[in-house]
Design a protein around this ligand. Structure first.
Ligand code: SF4
Length: 304
């Protein structure tokens, strides 16, 4: 979708001249997805920024994603073109909240979803993603776990990890919280041969009534592997663009009306151009926070 060829060629020129790499989250607008070198989920973006040689990385997404990239690549310059793009889910928990939970449950490990600030990661024993949360909680060496911050993903973890006590936080994603059971039932009736794929940040009744509970990367994989040709997608609408692009023979419908994350849509071609041109909105984190958060993030691989 090349809606503005001049700004696109200007961004590509700047990118070449500066040796920069553009990363975009799966929920970004189509123009940003099209110009990016790599489009993926938050952990894939951070891993990609670590794996490549470029010293300048532009993360088109929200703040915690750019922070995660910085944690894994502290020596690189990480820019967030839309500096005010936060994540209301990540903002539901503060460092003070985590310290109080740790005090209340001293024998529990803190397992934090990657959708948290660098400060929260630094206070965590281990991080997880929506695709490996169940496995991480199953495998950590404690019987009690404080799972933060998403209550719906926490409920999914509790349901799938038997024999452990899982204390959840009351955070939620306002985008995924909007999917309703009524919408799901209507979609099932309208497209009886379609598979219903939903993100674990959706409410529990949606998770229970769906065909598959998957992360965004899990949905991309499932669609490729499945023999079904129609899919109902229960996540932020930006993913449908990527699904259509990668699977031209298949049909995708949003579960009910399309749900949009306004924070994710703050990155426009103009914001990207200005950030790259002026090298502004760089992510800077305290070295101690980076050290502790790296430990929690890297520890995740031991438990998957
Ligand atoms: S979709 Fe939800 S979890 Fe993702 S950035 Fe937006 S508010 Fe945060």
């Amino acid at each position: 979708m090349n809606s503005n060829p001049k700004i696109i060629s200007d961004i590509l020129d700047l990118k070449r001249k500066k040796g920069a790499l553009i990363l975009a989250h799966n929920y970004q607008i189509p123009q940003i997805q099209d110009i990016a070198d790599f489009v993926g989920d938050s952990l894939e973006l951070a891993k990609t920024s670590k794996a490549i040689d470029n010293e300048l990385v532009i993360v088109c997404g929200v703040k915690f994603m750019a922070e995660t990239a910085k944690i894994l690549s502290p020596q690189k310059r990480i820019l967030l073109p839309a500096p005010l793009a936060g994540c209301p889910l990540a903002d539901t928990i503060t460092a003070g909240d985590v310290l109080s939970l740790k005090k209340k449950y001293p024998d529990a490990w803190v397992v934090s979803y990657v959708n948290t600030s660098a400060e929260i990661k630094a206070l965590s024993d281990v991080c997880c993603t929506s695709s490996n949360a169940v496995t991480v909680v199953k495998n950590v060496p404690t019987d009690k776990v404080i799972f933060i911050p998403d209550k719906n993903l926490g409920w999914w973890v509790k349901k799938n990890v038997l024999g452990k006590s899982v204390i959840t936080w009351d955070g939620f994603c306002y985008v995924h919280e909007q999917f309703s059971l009524n919408e799901l039932k209507k979609s099932r009736k309208t497209f009886p041969d379609a598979e219903i794929l939903v993100h674990p940040e959706c409410k529990k009744e949606i998770l229970e009534a769906s065909d598959h509970v998957l992360s965004t990367s899990g949905m991309l994989r499932r669609v490729k592997e499945s023999t079904a040709t129609k899919f109902i997608i229960g996540t932020e609408e930006g993913l449908i663009y990527k699904l259509q692009k990668e699977n031209p023979g298949k049909e995708f419908y949003s579960l009910g009306c399309a749900k949009t994350c306004v924070n994710m849509k703050q990155t426009t071609l103009n914001e990207l151009y200005l950030s790259l041109k002026n090298e502004v909105h760089e992510i800077n984190l305290d070295a101690k926070i980076i050290e502790k958060a790296t430990f929690a993030l890297e520890r995740m691989v031991q438990y998957v």
